[in-house]
Design a protein around this ligand. Structure first.
Ligand SMILES: [Zn+2]
Length: 370
């Protein structure tokens, strides 16, 4: 694999799109093959048929996706059969090229993306269901099977950032998409089915429950104070400063005052923007440096790589762009070496969290791990 040049973060990232054997799209970002068409998908794949349905939980006002076709998806294949490694002689994977920097493709085992006709609800007004449209994509961060995001160079991370920006903007333009969510689950402890470093992007046909609640909180704070809630929370964390883990010229990373998880860090740009596509170049470049630093601190917390979830929060496509603040939430479910925080009766049953690690102590610990 050719290393990206030093100035990579300031150069436009190249992108090349091909069509896989079953009609799905695949995009190479960064060091794309000179002629991607020279590497066609040589597999024989049945067409994808996504049958998922979104059903409305009337009591919570939340959509739940029923995706029974995903039961037969790949689960921890042996290394030689990793579908996210580049293809090689005798081993045809999801990525036809023999090498890549960052690759993004439509997930064959997608939760979203039903193309069925919408026949409306079942006739009873309370039983509301519809085909779960939208799209799920897989983002391969590196061709190296045993790498992790924390191993990437800042230039390579900038290519991932460019892919997130491109996909966020393009998916937001697709009909029926209401929100785009870029995220990574890392670690077997949180049910990751493939260990190859990768993330996912969901383009939802509705606004997710957490984003909806944040927008409601913003609206009620705005009507009470005339101010933006995200701006004031960030200012309050700056003023207190005990929970700040890292600060750059463009970003601040802090453990939130009311953290839900034992080690949880929120990373905010100082200048509020609604989504990734609105970030200035300097902010994108600095993000890569700070984020890699944070991930490496997480990996030093327990003596072995921490299982984590890393979640980009962006404004929905059609609502809240003037109030919402793009930010990343990173948390681990591990609370001590070998000990996981399980969602127990209070969290799973009632959504009422209890956290064993005081946020100020978590921030102090993460600062010391630099
Ligand atoms: Zn692999």
């Amino acid at each position: 694999m050719a290393d990206p040049p030093e100035t990579h973060a300031r150069q436009p990232v190249r992108k090349a799109t091909i069509t896989l054997a079953d009609g799905r799209e695949l995009m190479y970002f960064g060091a794309v093959p000179e002629r991607p068409a020279d590497y066609p998908d040589r597999r024989h794949l049945d067409p994808v048929h996504i049958q998922s349905q979104a059903r409305l939980d009337q009591l919570l006002g939340e959509w739940v996706i029923m995706a029974s076709h995903r039961q037969d998806r790949t689960f921890q294949p042996a290394i030689g059969q990793c579908p996210l490694c580049p293809s090689a002689a005798g081993s045809l994977t999801e990525i036809p090229a023999p090498d890549y920097e960052v690759a993004v493709f439509e997930n064959r085992f997608s939760t979203l993306g039903a193309r069925d006709q919408d026949h409306g609800s079942d006739g009873a007004d309370l039983l509301v269901g519809r085909p779960a449209r939208g799209r799920c994509e897989v983002v391969c961060f590196s061709p190296q099977h045993d790498a992790s995001f924390a191993d990437l160079t800042p230039g390579h991370a900038a290519t991932v950032m460019a892919a997130w920006v491109d996909r966020s903007a393009e998916l937001a333009r697709q009909p029926g998409v209401e929100q785009v969510y870029c995220f990574e689950n890392r670690g077997e402890e949180i049910g990751v089915t493939l260990s190859h470093p990768h993330g996912q992007i969901y383009a939802y046909p509705y606004i997710t429950p957490r984003t909806g609640r944040m927008l409601d909180s913003c609206a009620s704070y705005r009507s009470r104070t005339g101010r933006n809630l995200f701006d004031d929370v960030l200012a309050a964390e700056h003023a207190d400063s005990r929970r700040i883990v890292l600060q750059g010229s463009h970003w601040t990373a802090f453990v939130p005052y009311a953290a839900h998880w034992p080690y949880e860090v929120h990373l905010y740009p100082r200048r509020r923007v609604p989504g990734l596509a609105a970030l200035a170049d300097a902010a994108r470049a600095e993000f890569c440096e700070l984020y890699l630093d944070l991930l490496r601190r997480f990996d030093r917390l327990f003596g072995s790589p921490a299982p984590y979830i890393s979640a980009w929060h962006q404004a929905p496509v059609r609502r809240g762009g003037d109030e919402f603040a793009l930010h990343l939430e990173l948390f681990t479910i591990r609370r001590a070496p070998g000990k996981l925080k399980y969602l127990a009766g209070s969290e799973s049953g009632m959504g009422a969290f209890a956290n064993d690690v005081v946020p100020e102590a978590a921030a102090e610990r993460l600062r010391q791990l630099g």
